[in-house]
Design a protein around this ligand. Structure first.
Ligand code: URA
Length: 241
């Protein structure tokens, strides 16, 4: 079984083995339980869905944290299920990720259907919540191609923030670096719905291509082809937070 959040050890064991809690106290006192390789005899110890808990040497739960970096292709929807379009889960399956590793993943920061680039998926909701938390201000970097040349006014507006009346919010300062007249690198510290398209839309400048290249310290390696993925280690994902 898996637990949703943090449980006290006695509660976890009681549910996992269908045993009354008073019997669990005895089992713990007999030192028959381990958590992450250490004997556990304190009912108040906390466990979560990633703790390796054994009773008499048999694992009751063994679920590891997974972090997947996908190069999302254009035309694929950032969802786990969709009736019309291929999803990023379909792409990962086609690229060889087994179903056992796919079924509990969720997306940390979506990309639009016609955007491409770096997409992170995980089963670690604490990590994805921290990565997307507004106060962490994790930078998301995009390469953008526009229909028209980028004006100086547009650069200033990105820096100062643009008001969106529908949500009654002003966007946080964003960096718009013009690379050529019609291409730019944009760095945001938030992720509102269609944010970049709507920001350029204010200047009647349609976005032709939008490609995410980084989230925090995690970068999309140029050698990773569209539709391909990498598994990231815990070390590779921690410097972000
Ligand atoms: N802004 C957008 O408009 N679309 C994306 O996919 C990401 C940022």
């Amino acid at each position: 079984m898996t637990v949703a959040k943090r449980y006290r050890l006695d509660r976890f064991l009681s549910i996992a083995t269908n045993t009354p809690r008073r019997s669990i106290r005895r089992i713990l006192a007999q030192k028959r339980v381990t958590v992450d390789g250490e004997i556990a005899d304190d009912i108040r110890q906390q466990v979560d869905q990633f703790s390796l808990v054994t009773l008499d040497g048999i694992a009751l739960q063994h679920r590891s944290r997974r972090y997947i970096l996908l190069h999302k292709p254009v035309g694929v929807v950032s969802a786990t299920k969709d009736d019309i379009h291929r999803t990023v889960i379909d792409v990962l399956r086609d690229s060889g990720l087994p179903d056992s590793e796919l079924n509990d993943l969720h997306i940390a920061g979506r990309l639009d259907l016609n955007s491409s680039g770096l997409l992170l998926l995980t089963n670690d909701s604490d990590w994805s919540a921290a990565l997307m938390a507004p106060d962490k201000k994790v930078a998301k970097v995009y390469e953008v191609t526009l229909e028209n040349p980028i004006s100086d006014d547009c650069i200033t507006a990105f820096e100062q923030g643009i008001y969106f009346p529908y949500e009654n919010i002003t966007t946080k300062p964003a960096v718009l670096e013009r690379l050529t007249p019609n291409t730019a690198r944009v760095t945001l510290v938030e992720g509102k719905y269609h944010q970049i398209k709507r920001m350029f839309g204010r200047f009647r400048n349609p976005v032709l291509k939008l490609h995410r290249v980084a989230i925090g310290d995690i970068r999309l390696d140029a050698s990773l082809e569209s539709g391909q993925f990498l598994s990231l280690s815990a070390k590779e994902i921690t410097p972000n937070l």
